[in-house]
Design a protein around this ligand. Structure first.
Ligand code: ASP
Length: 349
């Protein structure tokens, strides 16, 4: 529903763990999540906004390297359960798997009319030079922003980090040290926070119907593997990954515009996996650019064998999309067809 005049926007801050809320453990000096339920006390600046900000703390709090699909299911269910009560959602999440989680949620949540913004930090919020406060404050401002019609400015799953708002399923973690930890190599930022927040409105996706209810897909099929091609890769490794009995789909991370070795044992394994009906998706190892299997003979051989083009998808987005599509249908041919379609802005097509 549009906000009535004078009514405060309301935001739910969902704290899941990650560096932003970690403290050094005196016994072994490692960083561990601490109880962050008093988040408003940690960021008093939030009180200056005319907003209602509530928080929800996950139990247990996790380092995001412990994220599993069951965590995404809990998160999607939580957002869906609270959807009508808030104008926007902020997910405080560790940076290590934030791009995976934001990608997965972008497919699991259907018909979004409100923002779901992931953020976190490289330095814990309690330390003097933390980037966490700035990230939370700007994310909250963006999550509560409305356009002239009173609709959410950014009704998408996004990541806000170090001044940039990027589409969640376009994000890649590129640095373990810099404050600018994330990039969106194949799509410009959806917004940039300077002295004001500048929105790239032409790029922001909008729902067909602002009054539709949220659809939630929590059925995920995780029988997906990732095969990263490299010089010296052995027939045994390739066959184990492509032909594993449990595997329904494999993301092949290829060179450049989608090229892989032309050696016969490699093409035989790819051909055999395709004939078994497995979904093989070609994404590039390059940080930017896209797969085009028609350029080189080595890429064309994959296309001829039945490998599906992943275009400019990140590996993180391809993984979340496959979990979601495989969960929706047991028909691998349908999954292959859907992998070539732009479902949530994850590929440029
Ligand atoms: N290991 C941490 C995590 O992903 C790193 C971070 O938050 O930046 O939970």
């Amino acid at each position: 529903m549009d906000m009535e005049k004078g009514q405060k926007s309301s935001i739910l801050l969902i704290y899941t763990g990650g560096t932003i809320g970690m403290k050094q453990d005196a016994s072994d000096l490692t960083l561990k999540p601490f109880d962050f339920s008093q988040i408003l006390d940690e960021v008093p600046e939030l009180k200056k906004f005319a907003l209602k900000v509530d928080s929800y703390t996950f139990d247990p709090l996790i380092d995001s390297s412990d994220v599993e699909p069951v965590f995404w299911q809990r998160l999607a269910e939580l957002i869906s359960g609270k959807y009508d009560d808030y104008d926007g959602f902020i997910v405080l999440h560790g940076t290590d798997t934030m791009a995976y989680s934001a990608s997965a949620l972008s497919f699991m949540l259907d018909g979004l009319t409100k923002p779901v913004i992931f953020t976190g930090s490289q330095l814990p919020i309690g330390v003097p030079r933390t980037d966490g406060k700035e990230n939370i404050i700007s994310a909250v401002e963006i999550a509560s922003a409305k356009d002239a019609d009173g609709h959410a400015m950014v009704p998408e799953v996004c990541i806000f980090f170090n001044s940039y708002l990027i589409r969640g399923n376009r994000a890649v973690k590129v640095s373990s040290e810099d404050f600018r930890a994330f990039r969106s190599p194949n799509l410009p930022a959806l917004a940039e926070a300077g002295i004001s927040i500048r929105y790239n409105t032409d790029l922001i996706r909008h729902p067909l119907d602002w009054y539709q209810s949220l659809g939630v897909n929590t059925k995920l099929d995780t029988r997906v593997s990732i095969l990263k091609i490299h010089p010296g890769i052995t027939p045994q490794v390739v066959r184990d990954i492509l032909l594993g009995a449990e595997t329904r789909a494999v993301i092949i991370e290829t060179y450049g515009s989608g090229n892989a070795p032309s050696r016969q044992w490699f093409l035989d394994a790819v051909g055999e996996a395709c004939r078994q009906g497995k979904v093989l998706v070609n994404v590039t190892q390059c940080l930017s650019g896209k797969v085009n299997m028609g350029i080189y003979a080595n890429g064309k051989a994959l296309q001829d064998a039945g490998v599906v083009c992943g275009y400019d998808s990140t590996t993180e987005a391809a993984l979340g999309k496959l979990f979601y599509l495989l969960g929706k249908s047991s028909d691998n041919e349908w999954v292959k067809a859907m992998m070539t379609k732009n479902l949530k802005g994850e590929i440029s097509k």
